[in-house]
Design a binder for this molecule. Structure first.
Ligand code: UGA
Length: 430
């Protein structure tokens, strides 16, 4: 089939390449000529394992092309996927639908008669119905659940597909698009527009709630002297709870969970169904950043002014160079404001971090980052940080003091190497 993908960010670029992999002819569309030029040359402008290979393969095979022209997209596509961003509005926390509205308007002006326009962006419930009413093109909603770092895998082998459709024809078209995925046994849920939109927001709200739940338990452990790692392990054995997304730490960040729960809370207020617990989920999440700052002060003797602080991690999670709403960088920036001399190291996200936080120091090598530090903060759990030898690291730093903000380092091992070790939700080693 001939598909277009409007918006070539994380979601769109991945979707376009994966649709080509499924055998379709795909045209990616973006308003940014630089992105289009990079992708056309087979280059992916962000870190996503497996995606560069797929983009290179299909730009070479001719099955994947990119353009800035909506007229070209309209003439080409039988099905158009809208994958543009829905950022958070600074004033209210609501989702900013400017890009979604612009994409649907442009497609309405250019799409061929009979073409199907499929929304994939995360939107407030009610958006699909409004767009379908306002435009003559046929609309469907097909939310996306991919995780950064596993985007290709999650797109080609998703846990489920959700089709929000209002006609049998729209469902038939989407079934044809995803035929190989469905043939592999992927569960399909078909729904009306509001339900399809809500599956996405509800899923992210649930995941955020699960993380904030365990982080609230970490707060209780800190107050009562318990150990949240052991608690999470024991809870996870109950398969109604499950062990995933139960890792306590500095909290969730990224371009999705934080903004999605705020937008959902805002939309729920509009609907007269206040989801006040989501505001608490957000507040618990933010308090974890405060707690790391507090521990940093405590370890530096009440004040971080003049202390040389090494922050391990800048990406919002390992496996990504995305620094949107990164807890690690939020803490780094706070400590800098309080007068610490902060050096950040990350295996992938240094360029993005440097652009967004030019006042922080950066070290390209891990050993350079550690050398002379008064305090080390482990804030993004890259595998290479887990492999640090505490004894070797102790010889590099000025003072062996560390906060594990992700709960993955072995407290006893670090303490045995002479480190003052603190972690969230875990008692200090004896
Ligand atoms: C998230 C969802 O997991 C995807 O299903 C969804 O499609 C995506 O948002 C989206 O809406 O586009 P992503 O933002 O890539 O995906 O990252 P996650 O792997 O969900 O991690 C989110 C944050 O939670 C990270 O900062 C991570 O460090 C944190 N986290 C995760 C924890 O603090 N504890 C955990 O146990 C798990």
């Amino acid at each position: 089939m001939r598909l277009t993908v409007i918006g070539t960010g994380y979601l769109g670029a991945t979707h376009a390449a994966c649709m080509a992999e499924l055998g379709h002819d795909v045209l990616g569309v973006d308003v940014d000529p630089e992105k289009v030029a990079a992708l056309s040359a087979g280059r992916v402008p962000f870190h996503e394992p497996g995606l560069p290979e797929l983009v290179a393969k299909h730009t070479a095979s001719g099955r994947l092309r990119f353009t800035t022209s909506f007229a070209e997209a309209g003439a080409f596509g039988e099905v158009h996927f809208v994958c543009v961003g829905t950022p958070q509005r600074a004033d209210s926390g609501a989702a900013d639908l400017r890009h979604v509205d612009a994409a649907f308007a442009a497609l309405a002006a250019h799409a061929a008669p009979g073409a199907l326009v499929v929304g994939k962006s995360t939107v407030p419930v009610g958006t699909a119905q409004r767009l379908a009413r306002n435009h003559a093109t046929e609309v469907a909603w097909n939310p996306e659940f991919l995780r950064e770092g596993f985007a290709v895998e999650d797109t080609l082998r998703p846990d489920r597909l959700v089709f929000g459709v209002e006609s049998a024809r729209a469902e038939t078209v989407l079934r044809a698009v995803y035929a190989p995925v469905l043939a592999a046994g992927t569960p399909l849920v078909t729904a009306d527009f509001p339900t399809a939109e809500l599956v996405k927001t509800a899923a992210n709200a649930f995941l955020a709630t699960k993380i904030s739940f365990i982080n609230a338990m970490a707060e209780v452990c800190e107050a009562a002297g318990g150990d949240v790692r052991t608690l999470a392990e024991a809870l996870g054995h109950d398969d109604r709870i499950g062990p995933k997304f139960l890792r306590a730490g500095i909290g969730f960040g990224g371009g999705c969970l934080p903004k999605d729960i705020r937008a959902f809370a805002h939309r729920a207020d509009e609907l007269g169904v206040p989801l006040t617990f989501l505001r608490e989920v957000d507040a618990i999440n933010m308090r974890r950043r405060d707690r790391v700052v507090e521990l940093a002060r405590e370890l530096c003797g009440s004040d971080v002014r003049g202390a040389r602080v090494t922050v391990l991690g800048a990406a919002f999670k390992p496996g990504s160079d995305d620094i949107r709403d990164s807890p690690a960088l939020a803490v780094a920036a706070r400590l800098r404001l309080e007068g610490a001399d902060v050096t950040v190291h990350d295996p992938e996200a240094m360029d993005n971090a440097r652009k967004a936080f030019p006042s922080l120091g950066y070290a390209l090598g891990l050993e350079d980052a550690l050398r002379g530090a008064d305090l080390v903060l482990h804030l993004t759990e890259w595998p290479q940080f887990r492999e640090i030898d505490p004894e070797r690291a102790a010889a590099l730093v000025a003072r062996p003091r560390i906060v594990d903000g992700r709960g993955v380092l072995d407290p006893d091992r670090w303490a045995a190497a002479g480190w003052r070790f603190r972690a969230l939700g875990t008692p200090a080693p004896a």
